[in-house]
Design a protein around this ligand. Structure first.
Ligand SMILES: NCCCNCCCCCC(O)(O)C(F)(F)F
Ligand SMILES: [Zn+2]
Length: 342
C-alpha cells in the first residue's frame, strides 16, 4: 500500500491550544507524523510519496470561497491588527446574536468562521492545510487509477472542517475534498466511514443534503464528547440526503466488541447503498491510551479493524484524522493498514 505525505504538513507549528482553562502544547503536534513515518518505514508497507500540488479548485468544490480567502489571510491580518499571540477566537455569533453578516474586524471574522477555541491559526497553518488536502488527493488519485488501497498521512486533519468553518484542529475537509474529486472522476456514490473518536461534524454538514456521499460515523456520544452539538443518532440527512447520513454515538468506555458490532451495521449500510469507493476517516484516538478520548481499542484491535474493512471489498482510501497517544500512533496506524492488506 502506498502512503502519500508532504513535508509541508510540518508548516503548522501551533504553539498553543486552549485546554482545561490553560494554553498548553497542542495535542495535534508534528511529532505525530514522525512516529507514523517511522513505523511505516519499519513495516515495509510500501513507498511514501509526495503528492502533486492540486491547487485551490478541489478545495472550492466543497468549501466557501470567502472562507478560503479568510484562512489564507488570517495570520497576516491578525498581526496587522496588532495582536501579538496566535489567532484564537474569543467571540462567536452565538445563539442570541446574528450570523447573517460578517464583521470587518479580523477578531469578528475569526469567531464567525471558528467552530471552537482550541484551534489557533498561526504562521504556516494555511500552507499546511493546503499540503494536507494534496496528500488526500494524491492518495485518492492513486486508488482511482490502480484500484489499490492507499493511505494519506494528512496533517492537519479535516473531518471537523465544514463548508465555511474550521476547528477541532481542522481547516480543510480532506475526506470531503477527496470524495468530491472521486465523484467528478465518475464514481456514482462514495462512502465516508469515520472511525475517529470524535464526530465528523464537518463532513456530515458538507454532504447532509446529498445522496452521492454516504457519511457514516462511529464516535463518542456528543452528549458528553466534543463537538457536542452534532453527531446525534437522529441526524439522518435532509432532502435528497435523507438516509445517507448515519451516526452511531457510543458512550465513553464502549467495549471493542460493541464497537465492532456497530461497525457491522455500518458496513451493511455501505454495502446496501452500492458505494463504489470507501474513504476511511482514520482517527486512531479510539485507542485505550488516548489522552483526550474515551474508547478502549488496544493496538491489536486496530489490526482486526483493518482486516474487517478489507472484507467490504471496495477500493479504499485511508485518510489520517486524529490520534494523540503519540508513542503508540505509529503502531496503531500501521496495524490498520497491514490488517487491511493481510
Ligand atoms: N483540548 C482537548 C479537548 C478536545 N477538544 C478538541 C478535540 C478535537 C479532536 C480532533 C479530531 O481528533 O477529531 C481530529 F480528527 F479532527 F483531529
Ligand atoms: Zn478525534
Amino acid at each position: 500500500m502506498l502512503t502519500f505525505y508532504s513535508e509541508d504538513s510540518r508548516l503548522r507549528q501551533a504553539r498553543t491550544e486552549l485546554h482545561d482553562g490553560a494554553l498548553v502544547t497542542p495535542f495535534e503536534c508534528p511529532e505525530r507524523l514522525d512516529l507514523v513515518l517511522k513505523h511505516l518505514r519499519q513495516s515495509g508497507l510500501g513507498d511514501i510519496r509526495t503528492p502533486s500540488a492540486y491547487g485551490l479548485a478541489p478545495v472550492l468544490a466543497v468549501h466557501d470561497k470567502e472562507y478560503v480567502t479568510f484562512l489564507a489571510n488570517c495570520w497576516q491580518a491578525w498581526g496587522a491588527a496588532g495582536h501579538k499571540g496566535e489567532a484564537i477566537p474569543n467571540i462567536w455569533p452565538a445563539r442570541t446574536m446574528r450570523s447573517d453578516r460578517i464583521p470587518r474586524s479580523i477578531s469578528g471574522q475569526l469567531g464567525y468562521y471558528a467552530l471552537a477555541a482550541e484551534t489557533s491559526i498561526s504562521e504556516g497553518t494555511f500552507e499546511a492545510a493546503m499540503a494536507s488536502k494534496d496528500v488526500a488527493l494524491g492518495a485518492l488519485e492513486h486508488t482511482l487509477k490502480t484500484g489499490e488501497p492507499s493511505f494519506g498521512l494528512c496533517r492537519p486533519p479535516g473531518h471537523h472542517a465544514a463548508y465555511d468553518q474550521f476547528g477541532g484542529y481542522c481547516f480543510f475537509n480532506n475526506a470531503a475534498i477527496a470524495a468530491q474529486r472521486a465523484l467528478e472522476a465518475g464514481k456514482r456514490r462514495v462512502a465516508i466511514l469515520d472511525v475517529d473518536f470524535h464526530h465528523g461534524n464537518g463532513t456530515q454538514q458538507i454532504f447532509y443534503q446529498r445522496d452521492d456521499v454516504l457519511f457514516i460515523s462511529l464516535h463518542g456520544d456528543p452528549e458528553v464528547t466534543f463537538p457536542y452539538y452534532l453527531g446525534y443518532a437522529d441526524e439522518n440527512g435532509e432532502g435528497r440526503g435523507e438516509g445517507f447520513n448515519v451516526n452511531y454515538p457510543l458512550p465513553p468506555g464502549t467495549s471493542v466488541a460493541t464497537w465492532m458490532a456497530t461497525l457491522e451495521q455500518a458496513l451493511a449500510t455501505i454495502e446496501a447503498a452500492e458505494c463504489e469507493l470507501l474513504i476511511v476517516s482514520l482517527g486512531v484516538d479510539i485507542f485505550e491510551g488516548d489522552p483526550i478520548s474515551a474508547f478502549t481499542f488496544t493496538s491489536a484491535d486496530f489490526t482486526v479493524l483493518g482486516q474487517r474493512l478489507a472484507q467490504a471489498g471496495l477500493p479504499c482510501v485511508f485518510l489520517m484524522e486524529g490520534g494523540y497517544a503519540v508513542d503508540a500512533i505509529g503502531v496503531n496506524v500501521v496495524n490498520v493498514l497491514q490488517g487491511f492488506e493481510q
